[in-house]
Design a binder for this molecule. Structure first.
Ligand code: AMP
Length: 478
């Protein structure tokens, strides 16, 4: 794998708002609701009298912004971004929205996803004289647009097809808000409307774009629809809103891992409620791998909905056998291994009273390196569990994601090195089962009102990217 590429595993959130008297504040709230998509840095760019006002910083949304900063971000339009940590060098320069001055005026860009042909594009652009400021793949788009003459919309129609891979974008210009999504639809992007009253009591409407619908619930916006894969949606004062379309792809490759782990459970992603699909994953898992046990316990928080589903389908009682400490922050770094080993124990703790002498089914959403599960099993043994049956509500992860989810390199993924039997022995559990790929696809596609799924519904399987489980990458990887 290209070394440069490994530095750009961006789990991120984007946001944009148009025609709102509290644009920066709404963006701040929108980023807060999407903090789970990136904790490394955050930024907001607002539009005030044709100029961009910018604030970006390292850390959590609540650390980067305060009242004084938000008051300075004047204007009735803004975009924002939260960024996940990269292994790249100068992290501060990569914090988005990226800003630049084009011949058409100021441009700010927020991007969620990964451009897989970034190394080639960057090399080409540099050969033609582009000078890169950051090491972010997103900057390629800015240089491509800078080379085009004339209207930005026409430039986007020309340049976006040059990008391969995943992009859900919000862009702010001197007089418009733009949202765009790659034709395969890897990452979510949704459009909403928010009502507000002006000083005369007249009702007005602002347009909102976000990675996840949970932002709309927070700021009181109504979900209008998804930005379609291949759509460029534009709103400005002169024309109102309109859409342009890139050439459509026959098959979509929406990231199934959004439903497994990444998105917030209260969001609606690719038209389905995430909590419901996670519960369905647990139900299918129970059907595929029944076991005699006394208790179903989740690895909190990510394993909770699937464990509830498992309990419902198996009839085995559910309980919070593991408690999570919510105050440990993002990272727990210590130079010595002996202290680092406390990492999972600081976050999770087993409830001896519930577990001692019991046969337990432990449900987590995914197994990556196997570090969490190994510690959880040890913890449950120490708490007196009689039998431990580990259940994972997704298939074994055998390859990295190149489209915007931060997964380690293949060599670090436990399921790329070991068979299910070997992982079972490594974890020292009485049994281990993963949800099948078919079960996962059925869970994310089933009618959420009627959970009796027919086999024929799996035909739409190609609507999702499941490359991290199947190795079936929908684009070339350079
Ligand atoms: P591991 O201990 O490496 O096997 O990681 C498994 C845990 O990490 C599970 O509890 C998942 O909820 C969580 N997880 C899965 N994917 C990711 C990701 N891309 N970034 C951070 N955590 C993740």
């Amino acid at each position: 794998m290209n070394k440069e590429r490994k530095n750009f595993q961006d789990k991120c959130a984007v946001f944009g708002i148009w025609n709102d008297p509290e644009a920066a504040w709404m963006t701040y709230l929108g980023l807060y609701a999407q903090q789970h998509r990136g904790q490394e840095g955050a930024g907001i760019v607002s539009l005030h009298k044709g100029r961009h006002l910018i604030h970006r910083g390292s850390g959590l949304v609540g650390e980067v912004f305060n009242e004084r900063v938000l008051k300075k971000l004047k204007g009735s339009a803004a975009i924002g971004h939260t960024r996940y940590s990269t292994q790249g060098g100068d992290k501060k320069k990569n914090i988005q929205p990226l800003t630049s001055a084009l011949s058409t005026g100021p441009l700010a860009v927020s991007h969620n996803g990964n451009i897989v042909n970034f190394p080639h594009l960057k090399k080409d652009l540099m050969n033609k004289g582009s000078i890169f400021y950051s090491s972010s793949d997103t900057e390629c788009l800015i240089h491509l647009l800078a080379q085009e003459k004339g209207e930005l919309e026409k430039a986007l129609i020309k340049c976006l097809p040059l990008l391969e891979g995943a992009y859900s974008l919000t862009l702010l210009t001197k007089d418009s808000l733009i949202a765009a999504r790659d034709p395969m639809g890897f990452r979510p992007l949704v459009l909403g409307q928010r009502k507000w009253k002006d000083e005369q009591g007249e009702e007005n409407i602002s347009w909102v774009v976000a990675s996840e619908t949970c932002t709309f619930d927070l700021i009181g916006a109504k979900l209008v629809r998804e930005i379609e894969p291949g759509e460029i949606w534009i709103v400005d004062k002169e024309r109102g809103e309109c859409s342009l379309f890139l050439q459509k792809k026959k098959t979509l490759h929406q990231c199934v891992f959004e439903h497994v782990y990444f998105a917030r459970p209260d969001s609606q992603v690719f038209g389905k409620n995430v909590y419901q699909s996670r519960k369905a994953m647990g139900r299918f898992l129970a059907k595929e791998s029944q076991v005699q046990a006394d208790l179903v316990i989740p690895v909190p928080d990510s394993g909770v909905p699937a464990a509830i589903g498992y309990s419902e389908a198996s009839g085995i009682p559910y309980d919070m056998g593991i408690v999570r400490n919510h105050y440990i922050g993002r990272t727990f770094i210590h130079p010595s291994q002996s202290i680092r080993d406390f990492k999972v124990k600081i976050k999770l703790s087993a409830q001896r009273k519930l577990i001692a002498g019991k046969k337990v089914v432990v449900v987590d959403d995914s197994l990556v390196r196997g570090t969490t599960s190994k510690s959880v099993v040890k913890m449950l043994r120490q708490a007196g569990a009689k039998e431990i049956h580990f259940r994972v509500s997704s298939p074994p992860i055998t390859g990295p994601c190149f489209y915007g989810v931060d997964t380690p390199e293949k060599s670090e993924l436990i399921a790329s090195k070991m068979s299910v039997e070997e992982i079972k022995n490594y974890l020292q559990v009485d049994s281990l089962s993963f949800l099948s790929t078919e079960g996962l696809m059925r869970a994310v596609q089933e009618d959420q009102e009627d959970l009796q799924v027919e086999k024929s519904k799996t035909q739409r399987e190609k609507g999702f990217c499941s490359a991290c489980f199947t190795g079936d990458y929908p684009t070339a990887i350079s």
